[in-house]
Design a protein around this ligand. Structure first.
Ligand code: MYA
Ligand code: JJ1
Length: 388
């Protein structure tokens, strides 16, 4: 069934439910001298490149490859359109390795036709901190699909990760592979229902008119929580403490330090937005919410070419009810002209999705670990990890 994945150190379908297998690494590390020193062979028309994402030209080539060939929904109506600024943010976290930004070019034309990336992360699994690569942006040009290029790219990124003495990875996919640690549901909150309906992202509900629908999704102009404000640089230590304490409850979650929080959560225009609640009395930071900007190209519409989507990222509520905090997040997202606010049913998100008028989407997201076994599949609410 899975001729490539059956050869890899990942949980296999046949082992699901076998609780005699231990939790933890599936294979031990090998001495670095035993890691293959030269790249895997590509079919002869192609060559490996290490992408210099500092270069405006290279960044544009990656942007264009992804904008034309990356993930689509099941009816091919929308395609993720990560911005260049977003890609630079996603690919240059603290301690990143340039060698993990891997492209494939056609030797003769130098055209970029495939891409895969890793970035380093400390991920806590129960009470172990595991150094991992987060693998993302695997993309093969539409004209080169089903030629088994993806397994070579995955093996090459694995080799380059091993060369840094890192032996585990985390990744997500819309497809089922051996074997998910959990499967999450996408939920969507309409902010601009008329546009969403016009472009086929959503439909008029039964016994609903356009004007009733617009009224249903109306939001206040101003946030309601006293002390709700944008995160600022001086908040990094307090937000780190708040987040670290909150993330303890999840089985799998990032182990963020202040450098990570500064990189991943400081607001960056059109990339990531973060807000917090500072108690007007004590000036304590008690709550936090964030979302990232990931537009999609609209493939069929006469009237619109871009769907502006916000994706729920990390949220922490200790004092403000999560429902109210996320309602304020919706209010600021609407003000920033997002068309839709998306969220997965991870962490405590189930506690606000239905109440805040999110509806389930037609997409699922499967989460995976490479070379790390869990005894049991997790519930989405046990997962504290959001990948971009
Ligand atoms: S998920 C986003 C993936 N990208 C897209 O969906 C964009 C649009 N699609 C494409 O560009 C292509 O269809 C891709 C496959 C490139 C996805 N993850 O070359 P093929 C397996 C893993 O003939 P193509 C993201 O970026 C498939 O089951 N494997 O197929 C995270 C089959 O293997 P098997 C996948 O369609 C990526 C084989 O590939 C995926 O031309 C994490 C067929 O290859 C997928 N999304 O190309 C990667 N889709 O026969 C793993 C298909 O066994 C990282 N396949 O079923 C693992 C950790 C590595 C680091 C380890 C360090 C220690
Ligand atoms: O966005 C998604 N689905 C939308 C559009 C569906 C268009 C037809 N297929 C959707 N819309 C309904 C919204 C509605 C609003 C009012 C309330 C009820 C709901 O369902 C889906 C997620 O649901 N997105 C995708 O399919 C994109 C791919 C997802 C997998 C991504 C994996 C790759 C990431 C790797 O890093």
């Amino acid at each position: 069934r899975h001729r490539f994945w059956e050869t890899q150190p990942v949980g296999q379908f046949k082992d699901l439910g076998d609780t005699t297998l231990p939790e933890g690494p599936i294979e031990p590390p090998t001495p670095l001298s035993e890691v293959k020193q030269d790249p895997y062979n590509l079919p002869s028309p192609y060559e490996w490149i290490t992408c210099d994402i500092d270069s405006e030209e290279v960044c544009s080539e990656i942007y264009n490859l992804l904008a034309n060939n990356y993930v689509e929904d099941d009816e091919n109506m929308f395609r993720f359109n990560y911005s260049k600024e977003f890609l630079r943010w996603a690919l240059r976290p603290p301690g990143y390795f340039k060698s993990w930004h891997i492209g494939v070019r056609v030797k003769t034309s130098k055209k970029l036709v495939a891409f895969i990336t890793g970035v380093p992360a400390r991920i806590r699994v129960r009470d172990e901190i595991v150094i991992m690569a987060e693998v993302n942006f695997l993309c093969v040009h539409k004209k080169l699909r089903t030629k088994r290029l993806a397994p070579v790219m995955i093996k090459e990124v694995t080799r380059r990760v091993h060369l840094e003495n890192i032996w585990q990875a985390s990744y997500t996919a819309g497809v089922v592979l051996p074997t998910p640690i959990t499967t999450c549901q996408y939920w969507h909150r309409s902010l601009n229902p008329k546009k969403l309906i016009d472009v086929g992202f959503s439909r008029l509900g039964a016994r609903m008119t356009m004007s009733r629908t617009i009224k249903l999704y109306k939001l206040p102009d101003q946030t309601v929580t006293p002390g709700f404000r944008k995160m600022e640089p001086h908040d990094v230590p307090a937000v780190t403490r708040l987040l670290r304490d909150y993330m303890k409850q999840f089985v799998v979650a990032p182990d963020f330090d202040e450098d990570d929080v500064e990189h991943w959560l400081m607001p960056k225009e059109d990339v990531v937005d973060s807000f917090l609640v500072e108690s007007p009395e004590t000036h304590e930071i008690t709550d936090f919410c964030s979302f990232y900007t990931l537009p999609s190209s609209i493939l069929g519409s006469q009237n619109h070419s871009i769907l502006k989507a916000a994706y729920s990222y990390y949220n922490v509520s200790t004092k403000t009810p999560l429902l109210q905090l996320m309602n304020d997040a919706l209010i600021v997202a609407k003000k920033k002209d997002f068309d839709v606010f998306n969220a997965l049913d991870v962490m405590q998100n189930e506690g606000f999705l239905k109440e805040l008028k999110f509806g389930p989407g037609d997409g699922k997201l499967h989460y995976y670990l490479y070379n790390y076994r869990l005894k049991h599949v997790l519930r989405p609410s046990e997962l504290g990890l959001v990948l971009l």
